[in-house]
Design a protein around this ligand. Structure first.
Ligand code: FES
Length: 118
């Protein structure tokens, strides 16, 4: 384990989000991708890329069929619950938590930090 990942859980690794680049995705546009066999949602806001589980934690609807509101929150298309992509907080107050993933940018590439179960 290298120094940078010393505080990460066992099985943690960085995985390239193939087919997308920082410069190639639009600001505030939700995009669903597959990374290491996981469905992951990504969004770029203010030039920073955030990653989160692709399904809504409420009832499993694909979040990337929703939209980003004027405050930068992800809005689920089904019941309109809102989530902050920076930390997964359910800003509309229903008590759910959106799981977020660490993101690392290497040149223009997007790398997502995932834990793989053995
Ligand atoms: S399924 Fe997303 S808010 Fe209900």
């Amino acid at each position: 384990m290298d120094q940078q990942n010393a505080h990460r859980p066992a099985g943690f690794g960085w995985h390239l989000a193939s087919g997308v680049t920082v410069s190639g995705i639009e600001e505030n546009r939700l995009t669903e991708i597959e990374v290491n066999s996981k469905r992951v949602g990504i969004v770029k806001r203010g030039g920073i890329v955030y990653a989160f589980t692709a399904k809504c934690p409420h009832a499993g609807v694909p979040l990337c069929t929703g939209w980003v509101d004027g405050l930068g929150r992800i809005v689920c298309p089904e019941h309109k619950y809102r989530f902050d992509p920076t930390n997964g907080r359910n800003t509309s107050g229903e008590g759910y938590k959106l799981f977020t993933y660490p993101v690392e940018i290497r040149s223009d590439e997007i790398w997502i930090g995932l834990v793989s179960l053995p």
